[in-house]
Design a protein around this ligand. Structure first.
Ligand code: SAH
Length: 235
């Protein structure tokens, strides 16, 4: 998968993709993230990319021209499955969307800043508008990083234990069960015996029940959906 991120603050994103799982995914050639500085695409002398809002309200708006020029340059190189704009009024990102998007080969993510981007750029070039939650950030960079991370870790071969993405929260509409590591006892606090038993079947059963219990307690909305979908509510 190749992700092209368009931003006016490329430095904000550089270090994020230079570490850990995202770095390894790129080294293995499974994912490629290319960050583009929108200022490289403006025709203005002083690298201006934003201007005052028509109708006069507070805050600057990213101009359509540099966005157009950047997206057009990318599209001339390859075909894109999606051109995503990060926006608080987009549809809320979740694991289902992450699963769906992780199958894409090439995507562009446009980050807004200040008051956002000229509406005409959204209408003309954007195929998906995504919010990472009902709050407002100062720029789309963190949101683009969140989405890229969630997608890349789903691509086969990125996580060393491939099944591990499948056992994460939300993958089967349940939250993930509790996890423990050494020591088996710490200041009197014990790891559940069953996890030390080596009995795979019983461990699986414990994990499922623990996941059910946690979901019921923490996310009754998900629990209700899960029991309905799986027929558990009628048993
Ligand atoms: N005036 C806009 C907010 C602009 S915030 C409004 O009220 O809707 C500046 C930029 O930050 C946005 O263009 C967007 O790219 C990004 N952003 C802010 N909050 C976000 C969120 N919850 N999800 C995704 N992107 C967000």
């Amino acid at each position: 998968m190749r992700i092209d991120i368009i931003t006016c603050l490329p430095k904000l994103l550089e270090s994020f993709f230079a570490h850990s799982i995202l770095k390894r995914a790129q080294e293995k050639g499974i994912a490629e993230v290319v960050v583009h500085d929108i200022r490289d695409y403006t025709l203005f002398k002083h690298k201006q990319v934003d201007d005052y809002s028509y109708g006069g309200s507070a805050g600057m708006v990213l101009m359509i021209e540099p966005i157009d020029r950047c997206i057009s340059a990318l599209k001339a190189e390859r075909t894109y499955d999606a051109v995503i704009y990060m926006s608080p009024d987009g549809s809320t990102f979740n694991q289902q969307t992450a699963n769906r998007f992780s199958l894409f080969k090439n995507i562009i993510i446009l980050c807004g800043h200040y008051k956002g981007v000229d509406e005409r750029a959204r209408e003309a070039f954007i195929t998906h508008e995504i919010s990472i939650g009902d709050y407002v950030l100062s720029g789309g960079e963190l949101a683009a990083a969140v989405v890229s991370d969630a997608l890349i870790r789903l691509i086969p071969g990125v996580l060393s234990d491939e099944t591990s993405a499948l056992t994460d929260s939300f993958q089967d509409s349940l939250l993930a069960p509790a996890v423990y590591t050494r020591p088996a006892e710490y200041n009197g606090m014990k790891v559940p015996d069953i996890l030390l038993s080596g009995n795979e079947k019983e461990i699986e059963k414990w994990r499922f029940e623990n996941a059910l219990e946690r979901t019921k307690k923490r996310r009754p909305d998900l629990y209700e959906k899960f029991t309905k979908d799986s027929g558990l509510d009628t048993q």
